[in-house]
Design a binder for this molecule. Structure first.
Ligand code: CTP
Length: 218
């Protein structure tokens, strides 16, 4: 089946002056591996990525962004024609309430940066979805991995969630290997890996293709 997918990857950066920001350690490896695997499966791929140091995967439409707001705008613009959305991006949950236009000067004192919540991109897209679109989220958890992931599946209106533990030595950030627990509707559960991210990515694309085909046939 030839599908069109939109994949988001990497971290976002939220600035409080022109040279300083808050972010997270996401490297984008999982999202890029998924883009390559989807392309390999013959899908049309739009890849929206925050700042990463990875080569652009061949044969995909690549949209680099920096902030969560830019990622939101870009994903929103590409969401309509996609059959599958895979949201691997580690979107910042908070951003500075205001950003200084010039570099802040230090004065030997401490400083407090007020943060405001960042709107949830995948939840917003889920609200405008068509019934035939298939939405996949990722859940980075440090505890109660499956229970928290199932809660996100429901809360964010997703069809499938790929849960991974980002705690301690098992941590997924930056690692070349990954283990994912896929949780879906009607009790669907499948474990992928631990294996190199490229292998896990192929298995996830395959699982999505199966679930989309099963839904279309039902
Ligand atoms: N996500 C999003 N927009 C945000 C934050 C997260 O679209 N502002 C998406 C992520 O891309 C991922 C899913 O939501 O697919 C879950 O992300 P995660 O960071 O695990 O969950 P949060 O909603 O941030 O919840 P928490 O931080 O409480 O675990």
């Amino acid at each position: 089946m030839s599908l069109r997918c939109l994949i988001t990857a990497g971290p976002t950066r939220e600035f409080f002056d022109p040279v300083r920001f808050i972010s997270n350690p996401s490297t984008g490896k999982m999202g890029f591996a998924l883009a390559a695997a989807a392309k390999e499966a013959g899908w049309t791929v739009d890849l929206v990525a925050g700042p990463v140091s990875l080569p652009e995967p061949a044969g995909v439409m690549y949209y680099p962004v920096v902030t969560a707001a830019e990622m939101h705008r870009q994903a929103d613009a590409l969401f309509g024609p996609c059959d599958v959305l895979i949201m691997t991006a580690a979107v910042s949950d908070w951003r500075p309430a205001k950003a200084a236009p010039q570099k802040l000067k230090k004065d030997g004192q401490g400083m407090t940066v007020a943060l405001e919540p960042v709107p949830d991109i995948v939840s917003a897209l889920a609200e405008e979805r068509r019934a035939d679109q298939f939405l996949v989220g990722f859940a980075a958890e440090t505890e109660d991995v499956e229970a928290n992931a199932l809660d996100k599946l429901e809360r964010k209106g997703l069809d499938l969630i790929a849960a991974n533990s980002v705690a301690g030595a098992e941590g997924a950030f930056g690692s070349d290997d990954n283990k994912l627990i896929l949780l879906g509707r009607n009790g669907f559960r499948e474990v992928l890996g631990p294996a190199p991210k490229a292998v896990v990515a192929r298995q996830l694309i395959d699982a999505i293709a199966r679930l989309v085909a099963a839904r279309a046939a039902s």
